[in-house]
Each structure stands twice: as structure tokens, then as C-alpha cells.
Design a protein around this ligand. Sequence first.
Ligand code: HEC
Length: 295
Amino acid sequence: MRNLASIFRIIALVAIAWGGVELLFETEPGQLAVLAYPKTLIFLGVIALVSIAIEVFVAALRFTLFKSLSEEKQEKFLALENKRVDQLKAKFENLPKLLTRSRPIEEEGEIELDHNYDGIRELDNKLPPWWIYSFYASIVFAAIYLVRFHVFDDYTQIEEYKAELAQAEIDIARYKETAKDLVTLETVTLMADPSDLEAGKQIYTNNCVACHKADAGGGIGPNLTDEHWILGGGIKNVYRTLFEGGRPGKGMVSWKNDFKPSELQQVASYVLSLQGTVPAEPKEPEGEIWVEGVE
Ligand code: HEC
């Protein structure tokens, strides 16, 4: 019985600590903080160890104190202990009665009303306390609600809705700032920001010049500065070429495993910023002239 209580206390303490960790550490929705921040597991482990140590220590202390008592006192102590357990049990067994204040079936005769409708009789039961107090609480709630929203016109549902929408916009903007990788074939756009183009140029210089030349005039791969495209021009097509690769066997592989979508967007934008530049040794045009909007 006492061991069970100890185990229960330890579990409860660790559970509370865990709850605290989940509240304190911000994570992506659906992710557990203990998994996102494994160090918190150490903290929970320490809590568990310390509470186990305390339980063991207290148990040992009790045991030695008990042993130091005279036999007579030991018996007294045990009797007292048993009494306490019995009282606790009695309280627990009384709980349903306390909650409902119902009378046992043997006493129903005392609360029977002398209404008798074709053999259907009525008992004058007390209202269950849980019910009556929730009823009072609802009256208090209604009074506050009435004064707040109908007398002082605090805010309307429309205003509440608009405030939530505004907050959602802020949350989305903040999310997009930290998670730049929402780029997909459907949402990709041409970037014009010099820092993005510079980042794109870096990737191009490190990965693409072997086949396309530094000035993109073309080598193994086609000239990227003219308006002729084998796989289609414009940001969406160029992004797709980088994401999926060229035609099989031609040498242009997919880069989706090497770069994040946002990085592919930067290279694609950089490549398109070279449109109309004049390379030193341009490769002859390949593919069709591509006009935006005409596929
Ligand atoms: C191993 C050589 C090679 C490398 C490296 C390479 N490419 Fe290519 N690239 C090609 C070939 C070959 C094609 C033509 C594919 C086809 O015909 O399907 C091509 C096609 C393209 C096209 C489409 C051109 C068109 O006319 O439609 C783009 C855009 C492109 N590459 C950009 C890049 C970028 C950006 C990089 C660097 C991240 C890169 N390539 C790296 C060989 C390469």
C-alpha cells in the first residue's frame, strides 16, 4: 500500500515536470518538447532520481524510527496507522453519496411524496450538489456576461473574429519568416532581391559552370542566356528543370536533394537574371523561343 503510494507520487511529480517542460518550450504544432529538446529528458531524469531518493530516504527513516520504539508503542503506532487507512477508505466510499446526496434505497420510504399517478409515485430527492452548484455558477456567469456584453458593449462577435484573423495574419507572417522553405512549383516566384541573386550566383558558380560555363554561354549544357529553351523558360519551368532534372540521359540531374527549395528558387532567379547578357562564346540556340504566358 505504501509502496504503491510512493510510486504514484514519483509518477505524478515527473508528469507535472513534463507538463511544465511542454508549456515552457515552444515547438512546432504536434511536436513534443521533450523530443525536440532532448536535454529536457535529462532534467526529467534528475527529477525522477531525486524523488526516488527522497521516497527511499523517508521509508528508511520511518523504518528505523519504528524499530527504535518499544514493542508496546509499535503496536499502538500500527493501530493508529490502520485507523487512518480505514478513515480514508470510509471517506472514499462516501464520495458518491457526497456528490449526489441521494438516500439509500432502504430509506426511500421516508422521502416518498403522496403523489400517485396511476401507480407512478414520486420521491422528494435532494438536488445533487454538483448540479446545484453548477447551476449557481451559470447564473453568476450569465449576470457577468449580461453586464459586460449587453450593458457595456465590450466587443461583438464580428470584432472578435476580426481580431483573430489579424492575429492569424501576424502568426503566418512570422512563420514564413522562419520557415523560408514553403516554395513549391505552384508558388515559386522570380526573386529580384540582390542578396538572393548573389546567393544564387554562389550556388551556380560552385555547381553549374562545368557544364554551362561561368557566363552561362553553354558547354555540355545549353546556353542559358538566350531566349531559346529546351525545357521551357520562365521561373516555373526553370525551377522545375532544377527540381526534376532535364530529359533522361542528357546530363542535367535533379538538384532537389542538394538544395533546399528556397535555394533552387535563388539559382533559378539568378539564371533568369542572365537573360540577354552576351557570353564570350555563346552556344547556338537550342529549343524553342519561350514567351511568358504562352506555353
Ligand atoms: C553535368 C552537366 C551539367 C551540370 C553540372 C548542370 N547542368 Fe544544367 N543542363 C545540362 C544539360 C545537358 C542540359 C540539357 C537537358 C536536356 O536537354 O534535357 C541542362 C539544362 C539546364 C537548364 C534548362 C535549359 C533549357 O534550355 O531548358 C537549366 C535552366 C539548367 N540546366 C541550369 C543548371 C543549373 C542552375 C545548374 C547548377 C545547379 C546546372 N544546370 C548544372 C547539363 C548540366
